[in-house]
Design a protein around this ligand. Structure first.
Ligand code: ATP
Ligand code: MG
Length: 240
């Protein structure tokens, strides 16, 4: 057995809640929602919060936070730097701006390595930004984490809902905890996501409207915190 697996449990032993933000579908807002959630928890609610960007092909959280390099401290592993009140870890730690061309088993290995070396310490929340798709490598590795819960994101599009339905049936088949569904980029008052959630018996947590002001605030936390997007997300947080 891989000795790193035992270390991962130890590394996460003082993390109260591990929340993986997932969808299956790409481009639905997983990265802005996971980063926004971590910022609200840390800056507004004063929780100890970590953010882990597990998207090896398209890491985004650092761009949203406005950082290009992480100053890590190496001490019996790696202590993630605190950025805007969040303990932050990302593959950019190792790859910086170079594309990361990893496949299958290599990705599992890199994730195991990342989880095994990162010393999160005491955290109330660890938010994980999941990659699009639900590749075995990401899921296998998430399986290694204790107490993880899934927060599922969809847009109100049939195309997104179709993929999310598959993800939810997969999560159920492995007995994963599902907190509920967030509807993102809503454009109307009526909600097909609400109907979908009740049909499949998963909690509908609320909706985030399409916010045309979000894009110009990516990279500036002060600006981001003043958006309607964050206001909507904060209301939803009461249900999480
Ligand atoms: N509520 C919203 N209003 C306006 N723009 C949004 C909203 N949510 C997300 N976006 C924008 O949509 C784009 C995709 O968001 P994001 O990168 O967070 O999605 P993702 O699910 O993480 O994508 P990927 O699957 O590639 O990782 C970004 O440009 C983001 O700024
Ligand atoms: Mg993303």
């Amino acid at each position: 057995m891989d000795p790193r697996l035992a270390i991962i449990s130890e590394r996460l032993s003082r993390v109260k809640r591990v929340i993986a933000v997932a969808s299956g579908k790409g481009g639905v807002g997983k990265s802005v929602i996971s980063t926004g959630l971590a910022l609200i928890l840390a800056l507004k609610k004063k929780y100890k919060c970590g953010l882990l960007d597990l998207d090896f092909h398209g890491p985004s959280c650092h761009i949203i936070l406005g950082v290009d390099k992480l100053d890590i401290v190496e001490e019996k592993g790696i202590i993630p730097p605190v950025i805007n009140g969040i303990r932050f870890m990302s593959i950019i730690q190792f790859a910086e701006d170079k594309p990361v061309a990893l496949r299958g088993r290599d990705i599992s290995n890199a994730i195991i390595e990342l989880l095994a070396i990162t010393r999160w310490g005491d955290l109330d929340y660890l938010i994980i930004d999941m990659p699009p798709g639900m590749g075995d490598e990401a899921l296998d590795t998430i399986r290694l984490m204790r107490n993880k819960e899934f927060l599922v994101i969809t847009t109100p599009s049939k195309l997104s809902i179709g993929v999310v339905e598959k993800l939810i049936s997969f999560l159920r088949s492995v007995n994963a905890d599902i907190i509920g569904i967030i509807e993102n980029m809503a454009l109307s008052e009526t909600s097909i996501v609400k109907e979908f959630s009740s049909r499949i018996g998963v909690r509908y947590l609320g909706k985030i409207n399409y916010d045309p002001g979000l894009e110009r605030c990516l990279g500036s936390v002060d600006c981001l915190m003043s958006t309607k997007f964050i206001e909507n997300l904060q209301e939803i947080l009461e249900n999480i």
